[in-house]
Write a protein that binds this ligand. Structure first.
Ligand SMILES: [Zn+2]
Length: 205
């Protein structure tokens, strides 16, 4: 007997998928979305579904280690990255991942991190009460070996003084999280706005 996923969690994920799709950040079957459930399970999008047209059946449950609750169910290929965030950041309640043009182009051109400085919207990131800060967003090399990619992230987080609630994977996309879906989406919108500005600025140079 499996415990049903709360309807509110499913509705939250479906609405988030539409919002990411409206913004153009989840082309084809890109992106994935999850929320942590009070019982420790994670509700996450199934592999291969379009995030702008999710239905209730496209959301499934995994345990904290990414194992599907129902054997044979196939969660998002990058499920272990969601688990890695929930494991490391106990206050994380929702995780969103998208592939935008700005995050793809800029992460390809970046080194080990991408610094955003002087933007009003840095306020959307915790620990940045004013615009007068800079945030170094980690950029990880893309890797189809997801456990190895998570180990690289864990190593990066272990050595960091402050950890922004997001990171970029080179040529691939962005991960953002927050205490709930609204916060995770707000942070993603803030990050994507700043990345779009960076891209425009580089065109002007
Ligand atoms: Zn991806």
């Amino acid at each position: 007997m499996t415990v049903p996923i709360p309807e509110a969690a499913i509705a939250t994920i479906i609405a988030a998928g539409r919002r990411l799709d409206d913004a153009g950040w989840v082309p084809a079957t890109a992106g994935n979305i999850s929320v942590s459930l009070p019982d420790g399970r994670i509700a996450i999008t199934r592999s291969g579904r379009h995030k702008g047209a999710l239905v209730a059946g496209d959301v499934m449950a995994v345990d904290g280690d990414g194992r599907p609750e129902v054997q044979g169910d196939r969660p998002s290929y990058e499920t272990l990255l969601h688990c890695g965030i929930y494991r490391r950041f106990r206050d994380a309640g929702a995780v969103v991942h998208g592939h935008s043009i700005a995050n793809t182009v800029l992460s390809r051109a970046a080194g080990g991190s991408l610094t955003l400085a002087g933007y009003e919207l840095l306020k959307a990131f915790p620990g940045g009460p004013t615009h007068d800060v800079s945030v170094a967003v980690p950029v990880l090399d893309n890797d189809q070996d997801i456990p190895r990619l998570q180990r690289a992230l864990d190593a990066r987080w272990a050595g960091a003084d402050t950890i922004p609630p997001g990171y970029l994977i080179r040529g691939h996309g962005a991960y953002l999280w927050g205490p709930d879906m609204d916060a995770a989406l707000a942070r993603m919108e803030a990050l994507e706005f700043m990345l779009a500005c960076e891209l425009e600025e580089r065109r002007l140079r």
